[in-house]
Design a protein around this ligand. Structure first.
Ligand code: C2E
Ligand code: MG
Ligand code: MG
Length: 365
């Protein structure tokens, strides 16, 4: 088995202690060598797991927690089980804001990258950076839980400048390995009317020569259209590609859409995840693709989870796809082999779980 192979096991049980028990049982079962065709083999496993109280179940968060547990298990050389319910428990917003303030610039925040694949060219055309917070006691905190807090406290400025610097560093690593790809960064609406942020971001990017894109939502433009459109033009003028994120999910205005210096339009996953099971979503997606093309923008469908959705999007003329079918957001260490081995090419043929690994569903106890 290659070192990168992962096996997902999904269990249902009554308590967190059952997860501890299962991990320990698996570990014990593999301590003695196996005899296969007369040859003696010792299989080394690294075990990481996460559990969540069923009513709070969020598959994405649960898998990301399990992956963090796995990373810890590699360091600790023993099984690690996390209780993701603790991270989900209602949190004191002010306390979280103070903790976030201290975390920015330290090693608790990290970036994951999710590729966008160009359908006609069959190649990874860019990657999107998504920030994560590995909180020392709460576990993994996802951006939907802390970006709004950062926006309120103005920490979003330092957080985004940190992200830009980190992305510039990671892009250098990719280029050195032969992957010359633009990296897209999500830019919160409040920053589009912040002249100081615009100056600081442009200075960092121009000095580095990095190839970056910014993802912004239409809702963020509608808040203060004049200054947002002016600043987006400043970014576009220094070569930053502008993408409109979550199209269709928030406030939309055709009047602003045609004024934005955007070259990419990302259809919100809301319309993509149910694409092949809904009657209306294919119509909405089809007409959005035509609208974007009429405005000379390329279209990205986000939230592509199935091969059938990808096939339909391709027939509809969608330019790029992004989603769990191709890859979940992954760290730079996992992105490099993904790109080296062109793993996106195998996606349509593979009959595997949407997470690209072997999947086993079992019941504990
Ligand atoms: P977004 O930019 O629209 O990012 C897409 C979100 O969808 C990501 O969630 C990603 O993990 C998730 N996703 C990707 N593929 C699939 C799929 O196939 N199915 C499903 N169900 N989900 C998928 P994430 O990473 O939790 O980010 C949520 C939002 O937080 C982002 O939405 C973005 O608006 C914001 N965000 C993330 N990183 C940053 C950042 O560095 N700065 C700012 N300002 N916002 C950020
Ligand atoms: Mg985005
Ligand atoms: Mg989006």
């Amino acid at each position: 088995m290659a070192a990168r192979d992962l096996i997902d096991i999904s269990l249902q049980g009554d308590a967190q202690s059952e997860l501890d028990l299962v991990l320990n049982q698996i570990e014990r079962a593999f301590t003695t060598p196996f005899d296969i065709d007369g040859e003696c083999y010792l299989i080394q496993l690294t075990l990481g797991g996460a559990s969540v109280h069923a009513p709070q179940h969020d598959e994405v968060r649960l898998i990301e927690e399990a992956e963090l547990a796995l990373a810890d298990a590699r360091i600790e050389h023993g099984p690690i089980a996390r209780d993701a319910s603790i991270a989900n428990a209602s949190v004191d917003r002010q306390l979280l804001a103070r903790e976030l303030h201290q975390a920015i610039g330290g090693d608790q925040l990290f970036l994951q990258y999710q590729p966008k694949v160009h359908l006609r060219r069959q190649e990874v055309s860019s990657v999107e950076a998504l920030v994560r917070w590995r909180h020392p006691t709460r576990g993994l905190v996802l951006p939907s839980d802390f970006i709004p807090i950062a926006e309120d406290s103005r920490d979003i400025v330092t957080l985004t400048l940190w992200t830009i610097e980190q992305v510039i560093r990671d892009q250098r690593i990719l280029v050195a390995r032969g992957h010359d790809l633009p990296i897209f960064i999500n830019i919160a609406g409040v920053l589009l009317s912040d002249a100081r942020f615009v100056r600081q971001a442009c200075a960092l990017i121009e000095k580095s020569g990095a190839q970056l894109g910014f993802e912004i939502t239409e809702t963020s433009v509608i808040r203060d259209p004049d200054s947002a459109i002016r600043n987006l033009q400043v970014f576009a003028d220094i070569g930053i590609v502008i993408a409109i994120d979550d199209y269709g999910a928030g406030l939309s205005s055709l009047a602003y859409l045609k004024q934005l210096p955007a070259s990419e339009l990302k259809i919100d996953k809301l319309f993509v995840t149910q694409l092949t099971s809904s009657n209306r979503d294919p119509l909405i997606v089809r007409s959005t693709i035509d609208l974007a093309h009429a405005l000379e923008m390329e279209v990205v469908a986000e939230g592509v989870e199935t091969a059938s959705a990808m096939a339909l999007l391709s027939v509809m003329g969608c330019d790029m796809v992004q989603g769990f079918l191709i890859s979940r957001p992954i760290g730079i260490d996992a992105l490099l082999p993904f790109l080296d081995e062109e793993r996106h090419l195998g996606v349509a043929q593979e009959i595997r779980s949407p997470f690209g690994r072997v999947s086993v569903v079992a019941k504990a106890g």
